[in-house]
Design a protein around this ligand. Structure first.
Ligand code: G1P
Length: 291
């Protein structure tokens, strides 16, 4: 029997230097796409996949994330007094279940692998999801729900991948896979940020996966890889061949909000897709493009 995925690790310790000055006093995960912070998209993606226990691996200056998922007593009381029901619902909906989330600090920026390793006491011995919140994915079912379904079929670990242009392999973990069947392929390797000429394929890991707790054994070695950091992909690569490990081709929409243009694209694209903002956004863009 495959164990159900109940928990997610959200690494949110990064400094967000690509978004300065916006991120000088505010976590990059609180940057807003249309009307909600990036981190809320990742949390809602998990909730839609039946995952409602969260380990946020934070760092200094990330307090706003913790506050966002708490209840905001003064704000809620004021909205209630003023009879602002829809706004009250918006404020309340982002609160997480009592006791279902922990915030732990990665004290040193030693890499994504180290950040995930910091979550080990709360994960224990069960499979868990990892979501990098600066990757925003939109689909129904959600990317994480698709990974959970794939994990129920294959057991072991599953990562979500998408095709990228070969000249971009340096930005991603790149998967080597066997023949694909129904969007799933057994993995034979995973390389962190290879040069285009060394990349085993153009299938990039898009920051979503379900991992077996066994990954902590490899992360505990604290071996450094690309960029002198402890890489999650290196630990995953070590599991391949020993435990079931699959790549799932994700076919939904994905925006890399880790850079300015991707973030801008996410804002425009999501505003164009949402029924409450689509028509106004289209009209706005028409007006702006006509100059
Ligand atoms: C991280 C991972 C990389 C993955 C990417 C997805 O890199 O190390 O394997 O493909 O996220 O966004 P980062 O973007 O943090 O440099």
């Amino acid at each position: 029997m495959v164990q159900r995925v109940r928990k997610a690790v959200l690494p949110v310790a990064g400094l967000g230097t690509r978004f300065l000055p916006a991120t000088k006093a505010m976590p990059k995960e609180m940057l807003t796409v249309v009307d909600r912070p990036l981190i809320q998209y990742a949390v809602e993606e998990c909730l839609a996949a039946g995952i409602d226990e969260f380990v946020f691996v934070t760092g200094r200056n990330k307090g706003a994330i913790e506050d966002h998922f708490d209840s905001a007593y003064e704000l809620e009381a004021t909205l209630q007094q003023r009879g602002k029901a829809p706004e009250l619902k918006q404020a309340r909906d982002s609160a997480l279940k009592p006791g279902n989330s922990v915030f732990t600090r990665q004290q040193q920026p030693l890499g994504l692998g180290h950040a995930v390793w910091c979550a080990r006491p709360w994960i224990g011995d069960e499979p868990f999801a990892v979501l990098l919140p600066d990757e925003l994915t939109i689909s129904s079912p959600t990317c994480t729900a698709q990974l959970v379904a794939a994990h129920e079929k294959t057991g072991g670990s599953v990562i979500a991948v998408m095709e990228v242009p070969r000249d971009q392999t340096r930005s991603y973990g790149i998967a080597a896979v066997k023949a694909e069947k129904d969007g799933l392929a057994e993995m034979t390797g995973l390389v962190e940020k290879p040069k285009p000429e060394d990349a085993p394929s153009t299938l990039a890991w898009i920051g979503r996966c379900v991992l077996e707790a066994g990954v902590f054994e490899y992360l505990a070695r604290h071996e450094t890889g690309a960029g002198g950091e402890i890489q999650l992909t290196d630990a995953m690569a070590r599991m391949i061949g020993k435990r079931p490990f699959h790549a799932m081709r994700y076919t939904g929409r994905r925006y890399d909000c880790g850079n300015r243009m991707g973030f801008l694209e996410a804002n425009v694209a999501i505003a164009l897709h949402r029924s409450d903002t689509a028509a106004d956004t289209r009209a706005l863009l028409d007006r702006l493009l006509k100059g």
